[in-house]
Design a protein around this ligand. Sequence first.
Ligand code: 1CP
Length: 352
Amino acid sequence: MTSAVTSALHDSALLKAARGEAVPHTPVWFMRQAGRSLPEYLKVREGIAMLDSCMDAELITEITLQPVRRYGVDAAIFFSDIVLPLKAIGVDLDIVPGVGPVVAKPVRTLEDVAAIPDLTPEALPFITAAVRSLTSELAGINGGTPLIGFAGAPFTVASYLVEGGPSKEHAKTKALMFGAPDVWEALMVKIADIAAVFLETQVAAGASAIQLFDSWAGALTPDDYVRHVQPHSARVLERVGSLGVPRIHFGVGTTNLLGLMGDAGADVVGVDWRTPLDRAIPMVGDRAVQGNLDPTLVFAPTEVMTARAAEVIEAGRAAKGHIFNLGHGVIPSTDPDQLARLTEFVQSYPLD
Ligand code: 1CP
């Protein structure tokens, strides 16, 4: 990449906000902006299984760019899935339509953990190719649009591996954590290493920031988070931090954990929609925040949605930096035109 491109990205609103610098406008992107709410996504995915599309560099590039073209958001989020690195090393799993990730042989013992191979960048040629083609395309969009790479955090990925699929209570996962600490530790060390390699591969190929999704960390008490989860997330964030890109760390239902998730090594703490930003900001301390409009507000009349977005932006001004987002992923039935209006509203909201 030329230094002009690198410097345009460095000065992008997203990266400035992540570093806590003054911004021309509040940067905005949406978790799950690439996906089922877009007719152009459904069209290119027709007849192609989810994980197959995540291993095709051309499709990854196209799907990642779709919401950037449509909305002019301040960042692209790499199209992949938190279970993709497991698939890449041969774990028998699939993403079942209408269900989510399903693992053929759930992990319960030390032998099960030992059977999971380590991840090397060589297993991810399609990731490197896709990030390279994306960063070269994105350099020419709106003066340089950053690409956010991502991975699932150890606890959230462990939940799919131990439960065998999506779960509300994460009961088997927590039973393993409480009852078999040696298996838990081995599993978390293994998955943390996989997450770190997945992120390092994306950053090495040109991603400008990363988000570590610990979507289900809200199932934990602060004590259990500190004892059994935080050290593993911290190792992932530390490895990526040494590459010099901002690290966003997000979970759902984490009112109790926001400070601890920041302490795990985040530059930006993602806040879900349940915690108002004015309460969240003192908890995260000297870090930027990301969030947190309730994703169902896009179904309200536009002026109701934008009035609530204005409240989020105003509250965000007390933070070291603020990246606007929904408080969790875009709901599939969302009208893309509402997200276009929301993007325009946030980007033109006066900050002086
Ligand atoms: O066929 C399809 O379109 C399947 C739907 C889908 C999509 C579009 C899945 C299955 N994954 C994805 C892509 C995806 N997943 C992205 C990139 C797109 C973007 O954000 O714009 C990202 C960042 C993820 C991350 C992901 N996958 C998370 C963390 C984010 C979150 O929502 O909290 C989680 C928990 C998953 C697991 C997963 N993958 C897919 C589903 C339906 C689920 C959730 C299942 C459950 O409820 O447990």
